[in-house]
Each structure stands twice: as structure tokens, then as C-alpha cells.
Design a protein around this ligand. Structure first.
Ligand code: GLA
Length: 404
């Protein structure tokens, strides 16, 4: 073993130890709260947030996405309580809520509606949910575009599947339960990517999902000589009430005009032929989606060849499209992208729905420290606060929590 690989093994071990200690601290807090509120022990479940290498706003257009689960997660302790009431305490928000399981029992607190929605969606699919007690906490930053809400939905969907339904719902159905929760109880007409990634995530693997057929493949993910890092602008990205739903409507309008089910079945020739039948704005939205669909496939091929320059070029292409055509960027995210370019970063782009949150950056090992120092300093000088930096650690999906 040479010095480099020795160093790598030590570094990997160190990360595993840090992740384990974060788990332990969170677990201890949750167990203490659960015991003091409900007097006994429940079962622990976890589910992660996600990042996405490429393929934004393609999921609800029947296209491809390329996400992975990250090392930030929601952890919940849960136990059936023999009543018809759910009693749940959020440690981070420091709020306790009780609700029944019928449609008219919907709680008003946004965070509790995610859990209520999951219960209702399981029941609607013929599953069973009875009363339970729960305490949960998490470290997925809120509003950073890392899918804290999908983590919460997946954590409860997976837990209630095990506790009340003998795991009869397959994983993809759990993802759909989370997605329908967003549609029917939270007002966000999202695609399937976030919940899919949170449920199916696998350590050191990305997943290329075909959102039309639901087929996916794991992609062993190891970067040679590069790192992936998220830079969080800390501009709160909030999809509820954001123009997110409007973007989806634009795509659906264009698809209807072209006579296809989704933009997956459209190409630039079709779009150009219908240019005078759609608004200029809708044209741009659809152009972005059609181009992004191809970029995901190009990135997968490029990764197979170890061609990081192409991966990076596609990432910048996505940023440009999301900023100029899809118009889901903001000044801070465009600035982060400019600084990345100045620092020689191989690829950089807005990640997730947009309107704030993070950029994802593919950086050569030797440029990494300089990039982090420069982007932190320059962003702070301009906006009066430092961005947050999250190295990407690709992790496992929703599961019952087992001590490692
Ligand atoms: C949000 C949605 C996803 C997806 C992304 C954009 O995260 O929840 O379904 O549309 O935006 O790619």
C-alpha cells in the first residue's frame, strides 16, 4: 500500500467515525426525549437528504436524474401506542403535535403535515396505520435544497411500512407515498427524484433513474483526483409557494401543444417547429428541459470514461440553462458559479429546484483548498455572510437504524 492509499484509508475511516458520532449524539438526544415523554423505548429509523449530480427539473418531465443520498439525515424513534392518535415531537422545532388519522384531522403545522400526509397516503393505498408516538431530529439543513422534507417523508414511510404493514410496500411505492404527500398535503407539485433518492440511496453509489419507466441503475461512484462539494448560499429555498409549480405548468403546456405526454418525448426540432404556438417564456423552459435530458446521459457516459472535463462542461451548461432559460437562479447562486469559474473549478451549477440553496461543484484535488477559501471570502465580502460548505459523502438510503 502506498502513502496515498494509506492516507485515503485513514481519511475514509475518519469520516466514518465522525458520521458515527453524529448518529450517536442524535440518537441519545432522541432516546432521552422519547423516554421522558412516552415512558418507554421505540424503534429508531433514519432517512437521508439527497444531492444530484445532474438532471434538474427533468423528473416531472419524464426524463433522467442522477442523484445520490448524502450523509445528512432525519432520525426518528417510533412506537405504536395502541390508540388512534399520532403524538409526535420535533426536537429541532421544539414543538409537540397530536393528530388523528382521518382526512379532517390534518394538523396546521407544516412539519407535521409531512407526517400526516405519509399516514394518509399509506391508508389511501390500502395500507394500515394506527396511532403511534414519535420523536425526531435531523441535520439536513432546512431550505438548502437538500430535501429535508423528502428525508422526513421517507423516514416515516419506511418506518410505518415496517411497523404496520409487514413491509408490503416496495421501495418505489414508498417514494411515491412521499411524493403524493407533497402534492396533496404540502402544495408542491414535485417530481419523484428526492423521495426516490432518499429511499433507494446506497453508500458510494449514484443512481441514474429514468423517471418515465421508473427503471434505475446504481452507478459506483468514486472520483479520481477530484472532490464534490456543495456550497450553500444560505438563501432560503422554499418550494412551497415558489414558482416551482409554474415551471411545471409551462412544461405541461408545451407538451400538450406538441402532442406528447411529457417533454421526454420532445426534441429541439419539434419545439422549433411549434415556436409560434408557444410563448417565448414557455419555449425557453422547454428548451432547457430538452437540453438537460441529454446532459444527464452525456455525464453518465463521460463518467464511465473518466472524462471529468465533459462532466464539468455539462454542469456549467446546466447552470447556464437554469439561470437564463428556466430562470430558477438568483444573484447569489450566479455569483457562486462565477467564482467557481474564476477558481478553475471543473464543473459548478445550481443544485435542486433552485430559487436559493446550494451549488454543487466538481473540483480538482489540488484546487480544492483555494476554491473553498476564495469562495468563502468573496461571498462574505459581497453578501455579508459566509456560505456553508458541505463535502458530498454518498450514503445509504432510508432504513431501520442499526448501530455500525
Ligand atoms: C425539487 C423537487 C424535485 C425536482 C427538483 C429539480 O427538489 O422536489 O422533484 O424537480 O426540485 O430537479
Amino acid at each position: 500500500m502506498d502513502v496515498d492509499s494509506d492516507y485515503f484509508v485513514t481519511f475514509t475511516n475518519l469520516i466514518a467515525i465522525i458520521i458515527q458520532s453524529i448518529h450517536t449524539i442524535m440518537k441519545t438526544k432522541i432516546k432521552e426525549q422519547f423516554k421522558s415523554r412516552f415512558g418507554e423505548d421505540g424503534i429508531l429509523f433514519v432517512a437521508p437528504g439527497r444531492f444530484n449530480l445532474i438532471g434538474e427539473h427533468t423528473d416531472y418531465n419524464g426524463g433522467f436524474v442522477f442523484p445520490g443520498a448524502i450523509d445528512k439525515f432525519i432520525m426518528a424513534e417510533i412506537k405504536p401506542n395502541g390508540t388512534d392518535k399520532v403524538r409526535v415531537y420535533s426536537i429541532d422545532i421544539d414543538e409537540y403535535v397530536e393528530f388523528g388519522l382521518n382526512e379532517e384531522d390534518a394538523p396546521s403545522q407544516q412539519w407535521a403535515r409531512y407526517i400526516f400526509g405519509v399516514c394518509r397516503e399509506i391508508i389511501k393505498r390500502g395500507g394500515e396505520v394506527k396511532g403511534f408516538d414519535a420523536v425526531f431530529a435531523g441535520n439536513v439543513p432546512l431550505g438548502a435544497g437538500l430535501s429535508s422534507s423528502a428525508a422526513l417523508e421517507s423516514c416515516f414511510a419506511n418506518a410505518l411500512n415496517e411497523l404496520f404493514n409487514d413491509n408490503k410496500f416496495p421501495k418505489m411505492e414508498l417514494a411515491k407515498i412521499g411524493q403524493s404527500t407533497e402534492h396533496n398535503y404540502c402544495g408542491v407539485n414535485c417530481g419523484i427524484m428526492d423521495q426516490f433518492a432518499s429511499v433507494h440511496g446506497k453508500k458510494d453509489n449514484l443512481m441514474r433513474l429514468d423517471c418515465r419507466s421508473g427503471e434505475f441503475e446504481y452507478f459506483p461512484f468514486k472520483l479520481d483526483g477530484y472532490k464534490l462539494v456543495l456550497v450553500d448560499s444560505r438563501v432560503k429555498h422554499e418550494l412551497v409557494d415558489s414558482p416551482y409549480n409554474k415551471r411545471r405548468e409551462s412544461c405541461e403546456r408545451v407538451a400538450a401543444t406538441l402532442g406528447v405526454e411529457t417533454l421526454r418525448d420532445a426534441d429541439m426540432a419539434m419545439l422549433d417547429a411549434a415556436k409560434d404556438k408557444v410563448s417565448a417564456e414557455d419555449y425557453n423552459r422547454a428548451k432547457y428541459v430538452i437540453e438537460e435530458k441529454q446532459r444527464v446521459l452525456d455525464v453518465c457516459d463521460a463518467l464511465n470514461r473518466g472524462d471529468y472535463d465533459t462532466v464539468g462542461r455539462c454542469m456549467y451548461g446546466t447552470h447556464e440553462g437554469m439561470s437564463k432559460l428556466y430562470e430558477v437562479s438568483c444573484e447569489e447562486l450566479d455569483y457562486l458559479n462565477d467564482v467557481a469559474k474564476e477558481c478553475g473549478v471543473t464543473g459548478s451549477r445550481i443544485m435542486g429546484g433552485g430559487f436559493g440553496g446550494c451549488t454543487v461543484n466538481l473540483v480538482k484535488d489540488e484546487l480544492y483548498d483555494n476554491f473553498i477559501a476564495t469562495v468563502t471570502r468573496k461571498f462574505n465580502e459581497r453578501y455579508g455572510h459566509e456560505p456553508k460548505i458541505y463535502p458530498v459523502i454518498v450514503s445509504d438510503g432510508a432504513r431501520r437504524y442499526e448501530e455500525q
